[in-house]
Design a protein around this ligand. Structure first.
Ligand SMILES: [Zn+2]
Length: 206
């Protein structure tokens, strides 16, 4: 792409670093913003800077939060003895949108992926084990994506958690999930949470 302006090129390059944004889309967004007045652009940029500066991660479940402990972990209406383990905050939002789950969460912050250099110690796994060891827990639901990284992470989590003798369940793995969980329709996702099955059952082949 040939730019008539170096400033324009720099702005487009920044936008095209975003996931799913090619140079054409980046150019459209930049030109759109350029038509706004300076105060509005200031609010746009300021919202991102403030978000990055002030955002917290819940000390219990590691979900993105405005406070030290998130609104789910502090809610007396939630079942804190059921923990749903997910990859990231998008999964929490998708599951919350189903209105079918009233337990708590544990956000791993990714999946085990040796190809990308992500090992168990890069994720919130030790804190999950510690949480299970120090709090009453009656069920752990593993709600991870149906791909190789999801499978690897499920297997590892099961190994770390099985000796607590707490039921470990998993949701139906046929549906688009994990990073794509937000796109799974709410009815399907809600149903798969209700009809979750013991993880051990999913290991029986044929
Ligand atoms: Zn929390």
């Amino acid at each position: 792409m040939n730019f008539s302006s170096r400033l324009l090129e720099e702005a487009v390059n920044e936008f095209s670093k975003l996931p799913g944004v090619g140079q054409k889309t980046a150019l459209r967004l930049v030109l759109h913003l350029l038509n706004k007045d300076e105060a509005e652009i200031g609010r746009f940029a300021g919202a991102m800077v403030t978000l990055k500066k002030d955002i917290k991660y819940c000390t219990v479940c590691h979900n993105i939060s405005d406070d030290e402990t998130c609104s789910i972990c502090t809610s007396p209406k939630r079942d804190h003895e059921t923990i749903c383990v997910v990859e990231d905050t998008r999964d929490v939002m998708a599951i919350e949108n189903t209105n079918q789950y009233f337990g708590s969460y544990h956000v791993l912050g990714g999946l085990i992926s040796p190809m990308d250099g992500v090992g168990p110690s890069d994720l919130q796994i030790e804190s999950l084990v510690k949480r299970v060891a120090t709090h009453p827990v009656k069920e752990i639901i593993l709600a991870l994506s149906a791909n190789m990284e999801g499978d690897t992470t499920l297997f590892y989590l099961h190994k770390k958690l099985k000796d607590f003798n707490i039921p470990i369940t998993t949701i139906a793995r046929g549906i688009a999930f994990g990073g794509e969980l937000e796109y799974a329709d709410e009815v399907t996702l809600g149903r798969s949470i209700i009809t979750r099955v013991p993880y051990e059952n999913t290991l029986i082949k044929g």
